[in-house]
Design a protein around this ligand. Structure first.
Ligand SMILES: [Mn+2]
Length: 195
């Protein structure tokens, strides 16, 4: 089974932990790792409250298939301001990564390759959209990075040769230090595969 190192970093725009509308979930169970990044629309206390609802839903339902999770979360968040989210499940035996995303969360696999996993448009809990699942294979040395739209989207990782060399914790925090836009909550999940 592949070893992994992962970390969730998030910062609210205001600096208060209970005013962050971004949240991340990571669960390792048996030979699988589930990670999800959620960005509730807007920011502040109201967004934080919805983020907690989404977080709880994901922690209770992470074992379902990704499409079911997104559909369930959509129902669960109806009546709220809505959210965008990206979900990944990684099989630690063969490196197969399943991905499904709705809305503006940036999901990348970096290594020798530089892959971007494209979400479908929509807002979970508000504007229904039919989620799609995509599959790819992770190889030893790959780094999966999810960022909310409070983080710059176009990053030339070649300009930051040291960035991907740290632990998941260091990479996630450096991503926010370097690339937070400063006008929204910002968050980043980093998962290093096969270290
Ligand atoms: Mn945002």
């Amino acid at each position: 089974m592949a070893k992994i190192d992962f970390h969730i970093a998030k910062r609210s725009l205001t600096g208060w932990e209970d005013e962050c509308g971004d949240t991340g979930v990571a669960v390792v169970s048996d030979d699988q790792c589930f990670v999800a990044l959620v960005d509730v629309l807007g920011h502040g206390k109201e967004a934080y409250d919805v983020a907690l609802i989404a977080e709880k839903y994901l922690l209770e339902n992470y074992h379902l298939n990704l499409i079911e999770i997104i559909k369930g979360l959509h129902e669960h968040l109806k009546g709220t301001r809505g959210a965008v989210a990206a979900l990944c499940r990684i099989n630690l035996n063969d490196g197969v990564l399943l991905y499904s995303g709705i809305g503006n969360i940036n999901t990348r696999v970096l290594s020798s390759r530089n892959l971007i996993l494209m979400p479908r448009d929509g807002i979970i809990g508000y504007m229904s959209s039919s989620p799609k699942e995509r599959q790819l294979k992770l190889y030893s040395g790959d780094t999966l990075i999810l960022t909310s739209d409070g983080v710059k989207e176009h990053i030339n990782f070649g300009d930051y040769p040291e960035l991907l060399k740290g632990s998941a914790n260091e990479i996630a925090n450096n991503m926010l230090d370097l690339f937070s836009k400063g006008n929204d909550d910002s968050s980043c999940i980093v998962l290093r595969y096969g270290i």
